[in-house]
Design a protein around this ligand. Structure first.
Ligand SMILES: [Fe+2]
Ligand SMILES: [Fe+2]
Length: 269
C-alpha cells in the first residue's frame, strides 16, 4: 500500500522520496550451504507468523497479497523506485539477519538501481557483522549523509536504541551547516500517536524509561532546532504511524515491508 505525504519546504525544488523498511529478508541461493538453508527456512517460518501478528495488531490488511515472499515485496518497492524518485530510503531490518545470501540478493537487486539509496541498520542488522563493500554496508562515519539539492538526508544508526556522543556531535554540526535535514533512523521517538495506539512498548522506542542520556539529548537537539528538519523517517514498529516529535517536526514510521507498503513524500515547493 502506497501512502503519499506532501511536505512543503519553501526554497527547495520539489523532490520525490520513497521510504520502506522491515522486509526481514531470509534469502537463499545456489551458493547457500545446507546449514544456511536450514536457518533461513526456520527464520522464514517465524517471520511469516510475526508479520501476521503485527498486521493484525495494527489493524492493517493481512491476506494472500501480504503472504507473498519477502523478496517479492522488496522487488516491488524497487520497481516503484525505478519508476521515478529522487531517492529510496530504507529504514532498517531489510534483512532478518546478516547472511551471505541476503547480502548477495541485496547487491544483485540494487546493481542497476539508477536512483540514490540510503539505508540505515535495524536491530536485525548488526553493523559489525556487515562486511564492507556491499550496497547495504554502513558508512564508517557516525552518521550517513546523502545530499539531495538543498535537502540533506542524515542517517543515524540507532538500532541498538542508543545514540552515541559522536552521533550527537555530528548531527549538531550538520544542523549548523546544512540547509534542511531529513533525518533517517530505525527506532522511532515515541509520539502521542504511538501512546494512543497502544504500541508504546519500551522495545520499540528511543525514549524508553532508563534510556541513555544521549537519547534524550538527541531528541532535545531536534526540538530546539525544529525549523532545520523537513521530517524524520523511521521503521521498527511494523505499523504505519505519523506523529509530531516536536512542534513542526513530523515523524513518519513506515509499516513493515509487505504487500508494497511504501511511503512516498513529495518534499519541497
Ligand atoms: Fe523489523
Ligand atoms: Fe527493528
Amino acid at each position: 500500500m502506497i501512502r503519499e505525504f506532501r511536505i512543503p519546504v519553501p526554497g527547495i525544488k520539489r523532490k520525490t522520496i520513497l521510504h520502506a523498511g522491515d522486509f526481514h529478508l531470509n534469502c537463499t541461493d545456489a551458493l547457500s550451504t545446507d546449514e544456511e538453508r536450514k536457518q533461513a527456512a526456520g527464520s522464514s517460518a517465524e517471520w511469516e507468523d510475526i508479520r501476521k501478528e503485527f498486521a493484525l495488531a495494527a489493524g492493517e490488511p493481512y491476506g494472500e497479497e501480504q503472504m507473498r515472499p519477502p523478496e517479492e515485496h522488496f522487488r516491488r518497492v524497487l520497481d516503484e523506485a525505478r519508476g521515478g524518485c529522487d531517492a529510496l530510503i530504507l529504514t532498517g531490518d531489510v534483512f532478518d539477519s546478516v547472511t551471505p545470501a541476503n547480502l548477495r540478493f541485496f547487491d544483485s537487486a540494487l546493481s542497476d538501481a539508477g536512483f540514490p539509496l540510503m539505508t540505515v541498520c535495524g536491530n536485525h542488522e548488526d553493523r559489525d557483522a556487515i562486511p564492507s563493500g556491499h550496497a547495504i554496508s554502513p558508512a564508517a562515519e557516525p552518521v550517513q549523509i546523502l545530499r539531495l539539492g538543498g535537502l540533506t538526508a542524515v542517517g543515524i544508526d540507532d538500532s541498538r536504541r542508543e545514540i552515541t556522543a559522536e552521533q550527537l556531535d555530528a548531527l549538531s554540526g550538520l544542523i549548523g551547516s546544512e540547509n534542511k535535514i531529513l533525518l533517517v533512523m530505525h527506532v522511532p521517538v515515541m509520539t502521542d500517536a504511538d501512546r494512543a495506539s497502544g504500541s508504546a512498548d519500551d522495545y520499540f522506542f528511543l525514549d524508553f524509561d532508563g534510556c541513555p542520556v544521549e537519547n534524550l539529548k538527541f531528541i532535545d537537539l531536534i526540538r530546539r532546532n525544529a525549523e532545520k528538519f523537513a521530517a524524520v523517517l523511521t521503521g521498527h514498529t511494523h505499523r504505519h504511524a505519523v506523529g509530531a516529535i516536536a512542534p513542526g517536526v513530523t515523524q513518519y514510521t513506515v509499516s513493515q515491508g509487505i504487500a508494497g507498503n511504501l511511503n512516498r513524500y513529495i518534499i519541497g515547493e
